[in-house]
Design a protein. Structure first.
Length: 197
């Protein structure tokens, strides 16, 4: 029985970095299914513009269409307050007691993991699939992998290097952001005028 990997994020918007992670997880034999989980209220991110819930959910649905293992999970929209990963995983384990969960995150998330809510407990709750990003220093990434392993985190460092994509730069200059977005998502956002000034 493979893992159900939780792939969470604000997805504001869903860009080629997210797509690269999704593709790598899809091709990993240890992964049975992928839950794409958009945040309702992201606890760590303060941004100038957050696309509405239905737009962010629709981007995740569009992305999932091309992957046999992926489905959108909206558990974080079923409660009030900030979307803390620790609370979400407790709820998922209660809801799906027969699934083996793991969590996927980029290097930028790993290096700030000790700022997460209940991070020491979270580190021991499930394995982590972590991705290097082109803009994350290797020494810092490697240091964090070793640091969190020492507190009990099981980590699988993925082979794929994820492109350096800035969501804020896409939002601030959407007209030139086409190459940073999956084609179907770019067309969807363009049609809706989501990130137009």
């Amino acid at each position: 029985m493979g893992f159900t990997v939780l792939f969470g994020g604000t997805f504001n918007p869903f860009h080629i970095g997210h797509l690269a992670m999704l593709r790598a997880l899809e091709n990993d034999e240890s992964v049975e299914e992928i839950f794409i989980m958009p945040d309702k209220i992201p606890p760590h991110k303060i941004c100038s513009f957050l696309a509405d819930d239905q737009t962010r959910i629709k981007m995740c649905e569009i992305a999932a269409e091309d992957f046999s293992k992926a489905k959108v999970c909206l558990i974080e929209f079923q409660r009030e307050g900030k979307s803390y990963t620790y609370d979400t995983i407790i709820r998922l384990k209660q809801k799906y007691p027969d699934k083996k969960f793991a969590f996927a995150c980029g290097g930028d998330m790993l290096v700030s993991f000790d700022t997460w809510h209940q991070y020491e407990k979270l580190a021991c709750m499930l394995p982590f699939y972590v991705f290097r990003r082109k803009d994350t220093y290797n020494d810092l990434f490697d240091h964090c992998v070793e640091k969190f392993k020492k507190i009990g985190m099981k980590i699988k460092v993925m082979q794929e290097i994820i492109p350096d994509v800035s969501s804020s730069s896409i939002r601030s200059d959407f007209a030139t952001a086409k190459e940073m977005l999956p084609e179907k998502i770019f067309e969807f956002l363009k049609k809706r005028g989501v990130y137009d000034e």
